[in-house]
Design a binder for this molecule. Sequence first.
Ligand code: FEO
Ligand code: CA
Ligand code: CA
Ligand code: CA
Length: 611
Amino acid sequence: MRETDFNRIVEAAMSRRGFIGAGFAFGAMAFVTGACAPSSNAASVGGDRFGFSPVAANSLDTVSVPEGYEWRVLASWGDPLWSDGAPFDHATRGDAASTQRAVGDNNDGMALFTHRGRTILAVNNEYANGPIIFDNRILGVPITTDDIRKGKFASGVTICEIERRSGIWKIVMDSAYNRRITPETPMAITGPARGHALLKTAADPHGVATLGTWANCGCGRTPWETYLTCEENFDFYFSSSDWFSDATADLNRYGVNWRDRGYRWADEDERFDIAKHPNEANRVGYVVEIDPLDPASTPKKRTALGRFKHENAEIAIASDGRVVVYMGDDERGEFLYKFISQNRYVEDGDNSALLDSGMLYAAIFHDDARGEWVALTPSSTGMASQAEICIHTRQAASAVGATTMDRPEWVAAHPRKAEIYCALTHNKNRGKKPNAGGDATPVGGPNPRAANQYGQIVRWTPDNGDHAATGFEWDLFVLAGNPTVHADAKAGSRNVTPENMFNSPDGLTFDANGLLWIRTDGSESNTGDFAGMGNNQMLVGDPNTGEIRRFMVGPRECEVTGLCWSADRSTMFVGIQHPGAKGGGHFPGGGETAPRSSIVAITRNDGGLVG
Ligand code: FEO
Ligand code: CA
Ligand code: CA
Ligand code: CA
C-alpha cells in the first residue's frame, strides 16, 4: 500500500471518532495536525466530565494536584509492615533483614481489595534502585552478600492492610493480611507448561514448583478478587559463570545473556547462573495469580497466559462468560496478546482454575483499520505443543506474523463498552531495527512514526462488541508529541496541545465513569523535543471526545505507576516510582533525605469522589 493511502486510512480511522477533524496534509507522516489543535483550557471546568482545572507542567520536586485536591504519602519503600521490623534508616537504607519486613522498592502496579470491612492493598515492587538503595556503598552497587539479598527482598510484591483514621490513610502494622512476596517465595507452576522439560531444573526435577517472582511491573485484578502480578524484565537478573558461551537463541530472544544488570543475584544464588541452570530462566516471565486475602496461599504462575515481558493483565468478560485477558509484551518490536479461557466465569463460583486452560492469541493490525487475533496453536506456529508455545511465546507470535509494536505497556478495557486501549510508550528503533532475535519493525499501522520518541495510545473495538471475537477495528486515541517544537507528525495528534502535552504513556486505567487515566514514564528533561512537558505525570482522557487534561505532575525523576481507588472512591492511590533516580530529587522527605518510591493518597478537600 502506498504511503498516501495509508495516511488517508489512518486519518479516516481517527476522524471517525470526531476529534481529529480536518487539516490533514497528505504525504509521509503528515496525518497529524497539532498546529491546529484546540486548547484544552477552552473547556469549562464547571460542567465538563473532568471536573477539575488542569495542572500546569512543572519540574518541581513534589506532587502537584488540581485546586481543591490534596495528597499525602500513604507508604514508602522501607516502611516496616510489622512492629519487629526496623524503621527506615536514611543512612544505611536498610539491610536484607529490615527490607524483608518492609514495603518493597519501586512500587508499580497495584490493586485494592476489601474483605470483611478491611482494606487490603497489593502492590508490585518492580526492582531495586541501585544508586539509591546502595547509596551507602561506593558506586551505589551491592558489595556484600547482605547487600545482594537486600536488593532481592526489595523486589516482588507487598501486600498490606491499610485503614483511614481521622481522614488519613495508614498501613495497619502487624495486620494478619500483611505479607511480603519476594524472589524466594515458593510458587506453583500451573497450566499447559507445568511439568514441561524446559521447566525442569536441579532444584525441581518435575518442573512444577519454583521460587519467587521478580520484575513485577503492571498488574491485574480478577472479578473473583485475586491479584495478578506481571513479570516483566526478568532477564536482568541472570548471568553466566562461563563467559565464553552465551545463552541459547531462545533465551537471547528474551534478553537473557551472560551478563546481568548489576544485581549480582547469581553470586548469592546459583539458580541465576545460566551456565549451571539454563532452564531457570524459563520459569519466569509469567503472570502470577495471588490471593491477597489468604496470606498462607501459594502464588501460582499461570503459564497459559504465555511467557514474555508482561506489562499488565487486563481482564474482560466475553459475551458468553469466558474470561479474556489482554496483555502487552513491553519490549521494542514485541507483540500484543490476549488469552480466552476455556471455561466461564461464575460469580461466587470456583474460578480458581480459569486461568489454566484456554487459548492464547497474538494481534495482527492491518493498515485498513482492521485487525485480527491469531490463535497460537501447534498448527499455526509449527511448535510441538501448547506447553512449548506457553514458554516460547514470542517465537510463537513471530511464527504467525503478529504485528511488532512500539513497546506495549498497560492495556485498559472500558468498563461500559467493549473498547480496549493500549499504551505504546515509544520505540526509538521503529523503522530501524528489530528486537534481538525478533522481527522487522516497519513503519505503519498503529506504529506510524519512525524512531518514535513520544509514543501513542491505540484502541480497538472487537467485532459484535464481544471480547472473544477474533476480528476488531482499531484507531489511535492519541499520538503524543510536542506541538510547540514540531509542525509535523512529531507535533502529535490534534488532541495534544501546548497545555496537555506529554511523552511516553505507560500506565492506563479506567475509572468507574469511563474516563481513562494515563500515567507517563518518559523524558522529564523539559528541553529540546520534550520542552514544556515537565516531570512525568498523570492525565485523564475522555474516550468520547478525545480531550486529554493533566491531573497530576509527579516529583523529579519519577515515573507515575500504579493507580487504584478506595472502595468509596473518595481516595485515589497513585504510585510514585523512583523519584530522584538520577540524583536530582529527594521526594518525599526533601532536604538531604533518601528519595523513596511511595504510594500517595489523593483526596478532594470537600470529600467528594475522585474518579
Ligand atoms: Fe515496567 Fe513496561 O514497564
Ligand atoms: Ca510500565
Ligand atoms: Ca515504561
Ligand atoms: Ca519504571
